[in-house]
Write a protein that binds this ligand. Structure first.
Ligand SMILES: Cc1cc2nc3c(=O)[nH]c(=O)nc-3n(C[C@H](O)[C@H](O)[C@H](O)COP(=O)(O)O)c2cc1C
Length: 198
Protein backbone atom coordinates (compact mmCIF):
# COMPACT_ATOMS: atom_id res chain seq x y z
CA UNK A 1 0.00 0.00 0.00
CA UNK A 2 1.67 3.31 -1.07
CA UNK A 3 1.96 5.96 1.64
CA UNK A 4 -0.73 8.66 1.60
CA UNK A 5 0.06 12.00 -0.01
CA UNK A 6 -1.56 15.35 -0.66
CA UNK A 7 -1.57 16.26 -4.34
CA UNK A 8 -0.63 19.94 -4.79
CA UNK A 9 -1.83 20.52 -8.34
CA UNK A 10 -1.34 23.90 -9.98
CA UNK A 11 -1.07 25.81 -13.22
CA UNK A 12 1.23 28.84 -13.35
CA UNK A 13 2.44 31.01 -16.22
CA UNK A 14 4.65 33.54 -14.41
CA UNK A 15 5.54 31.52 -11.32
CA UNK A 16 3.44 33.03 -8.52
CA UNK A 17 0.96 30.15 -8.22
CA UNK A 18 3.91 27.73 -8.43
CA UNK A 19 5.54 29.50 -5.49
CA UNK A 20 2.29 29.24 -3.51
CA UNK A 21 2.22 25.50 -4.29
CA UNK A 22 5.71 25.08 -2.79
CA UNK A 23 4.64 26.78 0.47
CA UNK A 24 1.49 24.66 0.67
CA UNK A 25 3.68 21.58 0.23
CA UNK A 26 5.82 22.74 3.18
CA UNK A 27 2.68 22.88 5.33
CA UNK A 28 1.68 19.38 4.24
CA UNK A 29 5.13 18.05 5.13
CA UNK A 30 5.16 19.85 8.50
CA UNK A 31 1.95 17.97 9.32
CA UNK A 32 3.69 14.68 8.51
CA UNK A 33 2.35 13.77 5.08
CA UNK A 34 4.11 13.61 1.72
CA UNK A 35 3.27 16.41 -0.73
CA UNK A 36 3.26 15.53 -4.42
CA UNK A 37 3.57 18.72 -6.49
CA UNK A 38 2.27 18.45 -10.04
CA UNK A 39 1.29 20.83 -12.82
CA UNK A 40 -0.79 20.69 -15.97
CA UNK A 41 0.27 21.58 -19.54
CA UNK A 42 -0.81 24.79 -21.25
CA UNK A 43 -3.58 24.55 -23.82
CA UNK A 44 -3.48 26.15 -27.24
CA UNK A 45 -5.98 27.36 -29.80
CA UNK A 46 -3.75 25.65 -32.39
CA UNK A 47 -5.03 22.09 -32.32
CA UNK A 48 -1.78 20.70 -33.72
CA UNK A 49 0.27 22.22 -30.87
CA UNK A 50 1.85 19.71 -28.50
CA UNK A 51 3.82 20.17 -25.31
CA UNK A 52 6.98 18.26 -24.43
CA UNK A 53 6.33 15.23 -22.21
CA UNK A 54 8.42 16.82 -19.47
CA UNK A 55 7.97 20.56 -18.74
CA UNK A 56 10.99 22.82 -19.23
CA UNK A 57 10.61 24.11 -15.66
CA UNK A 58 8.56 23.54 -12.53
CA UNK A 59 6.77 20.38 -11.47
CA UNK A 60 6.11 17.45 -13.76
CA UNK A 61 2.67 16.99 -15.26
CA UNK A 62 -0.01 15.33 -13.17
CA UNK A 63 -1.58 12.08 -14.26
CA UNK A 64 -5.16 11.16 -13.48
CA UNK A 65 -3.75 8.40 -11.28
CA UNK A 66 -1.97 11.09 -9.20
CA UNK A 67 -5.40 12.55 -8.55
CA UNK A 68 -7.15 9.22 -8.06
CA UNK A 69 -4.66 8.01 -5.45
CA UNK A 70 -4.24 11.21 -3.41
CA UNK A 71 -5.39 11.48 0.21
CA UNK A 72 -6.23 15.15 -0.34
CA UNK A 73 -5.87 17.89 -2.94
CA UNK A 74 -4.66 21.50 -3.07
CA UNK A 75 -5.67 22.99 -6.42
CA UNK A 76 -4.11 26.25 -7.62
CA UNK A 77 -4.53 28.49 -10.62
CA UNK A 78 -3.81 32.09 -11.54
CA UNK A 79 -6.98 34.16 -11.89
CA UNK A 80 -8.02 34.61 -15.50
CA UNK A 81 -10.95 37.00 -15.90
CA UNK A 82 -12.21 36.14 -12.43
CA UNK A 83 -11.98 32.40 -12.97
CA UNK A 84 -9.45 29.58 -13.11
CA UNK A 85 -7.09 29.33 -16.10
CA UNK A 86 -8.13 27.16 -19.05
CA UNK A 87 -5.33 24.56 -18.60
CA UNK A 88 -6.61 23.69 -15.13
CA UNK A 89 -10.23 23.59 -16.31
CA UNK A 90 -9.16 21.39 -19.23
CA UNK A 91 -7.44 18.97 -16.85
CA UNK A 92 -10.51 18.86 -14.60
CA UNK A 93 -12.80 18.29 -17.58
CA UNK A 94 -10.86 15.08 -18.16
CA UNK A 95 -11.78 13.65 -14.75
CA UNK A 96 -15.12 12.17 -15.78
CA UNK A 97 -14.01 8.59 -15.07
CA UNK A 98 -12.97 9.55 -11.53
CA UNK A 99 -16.41 11.15 -11.09
CA UNK A 100 -18.21 8.06 -12.42
CA UNK A 101 -16.40 5.80 -9.99
CA UNK A 102 -16.52 8.23 -7.05
CA UNK A 103 -12.77 8.02 -6.47
CA UNK A 104 -12.49 11.48 -4.88
CA UNK A 105 -15.56 11.29 -2.63
CA UNK A 106 -14.84 12.37 0.99
CA UNK A 107 -11.26 13.48 0.31
CA UNK A 108 -10.31 16.95 1.64
CA UNK A 109 -9.56 19.66 -0.92
CA UNK A 110 -8.54 23.31 -0.86
CA UNK A 111 -7.94 25.95 -3.52
CA UNK A 112 -5.46 28.81 -4.06
CA UNK A 113 -4.92 31.58 -6.57
CA UNK A 114 -2.81 34.59 -7.58
CA UNK A 115 -4.06 37.81 -9.19
CA UNK A 116 -2.44 40.98 -10.45
CA UNK A 117 -5.00 43.30 -8.82
CA UNK A 118 -6.34 43.14 -5.27
CA UNK A 119 -10.01 43.19 -6.23
CA UNK A 120 -9.48 41.39 -9.51
CA UNK A 121 -11.41 38.25 -8.64
CA UNK A 122 -9.53 36.23 -6.01
CA UNK A 123 -12.71 35.16 -4.24
CA UNK A 124 -14.66 34.46 -7.43
CA UNK A 125 -11.79 32.30 -8.71
CA UNK A 126 -11.50 30.39 -5.46
CA UNK A 127 -15.24 29.81 -5.19
CA UNK A 128 -15.53 28.68 -8.82
CA UNK A 129 -12.58 26.31 -8.39
CA UNK A 130 -14.52 24.64 -5.58
CA UNK A 131 -17.45 23.77 -7.87
CA UNK A 132 -15.96 20.82 -9.77
CA UNK A 133 -14.44 19.53 -6.53
CA UNK A 134 -17.88 19.55 -4.90
CA UNK A 135 -19.28 17.61 -7.87
CA UNK A 136 -16.57 15.07 -7.11
CA UNK A 137 -17.84 14.86 -3.52
CA UNK A 138 -14.66 16.29 -2.01
CA UNK A 139 -14.72 17.94 1.42
CA UNK A 140 -13.92 21.60 0.86
CA UNK A 141 -11.39 22.98 3.30
CA UNK A 142 -10.95 26.76 3.63
CA UNK A 143 -8.96 28.81 6.15
CA UNK A 144 -10.38 29.66 9.60
CA UNK A 145 -10.02 33.13 11.18
CA UNK A 146 -8.02 31.48 13.95
CA UNK A 147 -5.20 31.95 11.42
CA UNK A 148 -4.03 35.41 12.53
CA UNK A 149 -2.63 36.20 9.08
CA UNK A 150 -6.18 36.34 7.72
CA UNK A 151 -6.88 39.53 9.66
CA UNK A 152 -3.35 40.94 9.41
CA UNK A 153 -2.86 40.68 5.66
CA UNK A 154 -2.85 43.82 3.54
CA UNK A 155 -2.69 41.81 0.32
CA UNK A 156 -3.73 38.20 -0.40
CA UNK A 157 -5.42 35.70 1.92
CA UNK A 158 -9.10 34.75 2.18
CA UNK A 159 -11.24 32.35 4.22
CA UNK A 160 -11.90 30.53 0.93
CA UNK A 161 -8.22 29.70 0.54
CA UNK A 162 -4.78 31.28 0.19
CA UNK A 163 -4.38 34.00 -2.40
CA UNK A 164 -1.59 36.24 -3.59
CA UNK A 165 -1.41 39.74 -4.96
CA UNK A 166 1.16 39.78 -7.78
CA UNK A 167 0.75 43.46 -8.69
CA UNK A 168 0.35 45.14 -12.08
CA UNK A 169 3.60 43.67 -13.43
CA UNK A 170 2.95 40.23 -11.90
CA UNK A 171 6.27 40.45 -10.05
CA UNK A 172 5.36 41.05 -6.39
CA UNK A 173 6.78 38.26 -4.21
CA UNK A 174 4.58 36.46 -1.68
CA UNK A 175 4.66 38.34 1.63
CA UNK A 176 4.88 36.75 5.09
CA UNK A 177 1.10 36.59 5.59
CA UNK A 178 0.42 35.10 2.18
CA UNK A 179 3.11 32.48 2.87
CA UNK A 180 1.70 31.71 6.34
CA UNK A 181 -1.72 31.07 4.84
CA UNK A 182 -0.30 28.77 2.15
CA UNK A 183 1.49 26.76 4.83
CA UNK A 184 -1.70 26.74 6.94
CA UNK A 185 -3.75 25.26 4.11
CA UNK A 186 -1.16 22.55 3.51
CA UNK A 187 -1.11 21.63 7.21
CA UNK A 188 -4.88 21.64 7.45
CA UNK A 189 -5.29 19.38 4.41
CA UNK A 190 -2.71 16.94 5.74
CA UNK A 191 -4.27 16.86 9.20
CA UNK A 192 -7.76 16.25 7.81
CA UNK A 193 -6.47 13.61 5.41
CA UNK A 194 -4.80 11.74 8.28
CA UNK A 195 -7.99 11.85 10.39
CA UNK A 196 -10.17 10.73 7.48
CA UNK A 197 -7.88 7.80 6.72
CA UNK A 198 -8.08 6.47 10.30
C1 LIG B 1 -5.70 36.14 -19.74
C2 LIG B 1 -5.41 36.69 -18.38
C3 LIG B 1 -6.46 37.07 -17.57
C4 LIG B 1 -6.22 37.61 -16.30
N1 LIG B 1 -7.27 37.97 -15.53
C5 LIG B 1 -7.05 38.55 -14.33
C6 LIG B 1 -8.15 38.99 -13.52
O1 LIG B 1 -9.32 38.78 -13.83
N2 LIG B 1 -7.85 39.61 -12.36
C7 LIG B 1 -6.57 39.85 -11.95
O2 LIG B 1 -6.37 40.49 -10.91
N3 LIG B 1 -5.50 39.39 -12.66
C8 LIG B 1 -5.73 38.75 -13.84
N4 LIG B 1 -4.67 38.30 -14.58
C9 LIG B 1 -3.31 38.37 -14.01
C10 LIG B 1 -2.87 37.05 -13.34
O3 LIG B 1 -3.89 36.52 -12.51
C11 LIG B 1 -1.63 37.31 -12.47
O4 LIG B 1 -0.61 37.79 -13.30
C12 LIG B 1 -1.18 36.09 -11.68
O5 LIG B 1 -0.31 36.54 -10.66
C13 LIG B 1 -0.42 35.08 -12.55
O6 LIG B 1 -0.07 33.95 -11.78
P1 LIG B 1 1.18 33.03 -12.20
O7 LIG B 1 2.44 33.81 -11.87
O8 LIG B 1 1.05 31.80 -11.37
O9 LIG B 1 1.05 32.75 -13.68
C14 LIG B 1 -4.89 37.75 -15.84
C15 LIG B 1 -3.82 37.33 -16.65
C16 LIG B 1 -4.07 36.80 -17.92
C17 LIG B 1 -2.91 36.35 -18.76
Amino acid sequence: MPSPYILVLYYSRHGATAEMARHIAKGVERAGLEAKIRTVPAVSTQVEAVTPAVPEQGAVYATYDDLKNCAGLALGSPTRFGNMAAPMKYFLDGTINLWLTGELVNKPAGVFTSTSSLHGGQESTLLSMMLPLMHHGMLICGLPYSEAALTQTQAGGTPYGPSHLAGPNSDRALDEYEIQLCVALGKRLAEFAKKLEQ
